[in-house]
Design a protein around this ligand. Sequence first.
Ligand code: GLU
Length: 516
Amino acid sequence: MSMPKVRVRFAPSPTGPLHIGGLRTALYNYLFAKKYSGDFILRIEDTDRERFVPGAEDYIVESLKWCGVAPNEGVGFGDGPFAPYRQSERKNLYKNYADTLVESGSAYYAFDTGPELEELRKKTHPAGASPLQYDTSTRMSMKNSLVLPAAEVKRRIDSGEKYVVRIKMPADEEIKVTDLIRGEVIVHTSQLDDKVLFKSDGMPTYHLANVVDDYLMKITHVIRGEEWLPSAPLHVLLYKYFGWENVMPQFVHLPLLLKPDGHGKLSKRDGDQLGFPVFPLEWTDPATNEVSSGYRESGYFPDAVINILALLGWHPTQAQEIFTLDELVHEFSLEHVAKGGAKFDPEKAKWLNQQYLRSKSDDTVAEVFQKQLSDKQKIYGFKMPDSEYLKKVCHLLKEKASFINEFWSLGKYFFIAPDKYDTDIVRKKWNEKNAGFFSALKEKFLVQKSFTHDELEKTFKQEATGLGIKPGEVMQLFRVIITGGAGGPALFEVVALLGKDEVMKRIERALTEFKF
Ligand code: GLU
């Protein structure tokens, strides 16, 4: 039998912004699909109307677009042959599947009301707030089609009484889930309850819709987060009850993303506390207006985010850390996805972005920085530099930063004279002799023909040595005069770029303002 075409799906529920763990799931699906020339589908699982959050779906689509992890079928990316891809729009097809299971004796109608179920919960778990168990041990004392006479069931349904459809979990069976990463996971049905498949609001639950759609959309591999592993036995059972075992997808449950210290699942709170985003894009909660930061707005490059996520749970065979999306497609394999949780390392994330920043062309970087600079220009009113100047600034700053967002604070002296100086250095180093040096240096620079970094450096050193000063003695001071602080790109490159007029002004100002 020839292998069917690989078809995988990312199936988020629009219950809030996409977490980076969700984005990683999408990425691994994408890589797997591309690697095997398969299809990658985006399906929106929005049947839980109570948890529906407006804007979440658009957010998911925009996040995938931003990262370049584009599905080839699905909501927001053009319909394919299995449209619609939004479960709320497929609403009408699920009921028949639920009814089929009732007819074959694998599911049943249940009429129990909320208060009745609460009573059951109290009866079975008198002490605590344990969840309700509607299962083999309790189902026969409830109001359902297994207990009530057929005529009574019909009467209730015909009169419009609300009901749900529940799966009839076999009493004593083992369900085997084969997971491509974890091997065989065996669960005994006594551990499982009679999950609702179809709700009284006319919507299927996640379990039913998910399995039916994976079947209808010819999904070959279900690649999803580890948190869905406990649902897998139920899904396997549904495939069996529907008679679809021969086309059941392979299951792959990806390791959890863990907090930086490895203790527990990575949460938004960890990000807030340790200062890194857990969402790809900024998100404003429509209910509270609370804003959560995003990788995009924090200045991460989409290709860096992809690289960061690729390494969270998957290990390349060779000692390489920087991968383009194409390289990832080539290298990715499920065999190298770990079982254990993947610790999120915010420092490594920053480091990776820095590697990407350094490898970007000055043009690309300047284009992004220009936008940020125009905002600053509105505040500080400096003359906007030409693109050549801007590119050179970017060339120097990209070696010193992890993010373009840091450029202004690291290098505002390229655009405005320092508004304050590192007073410690001035206090320590500014004396009559050094002041004399700078006033002589100013005269030398004034007549300097070629204002290039090596010529300037030569002049600087000659002048210092001539006055019996070690160049190192006055170098730091010179940096403070030019940039206001210590540290930064090669000083004479900065000086050359600023140009003679500006450098003259800055030395002059130091000569009048610095006191000893
Ligand atoms: N709708 C589920 C979610 O929100 C999908 C899980 C799955 O991929 O089966 O993640």
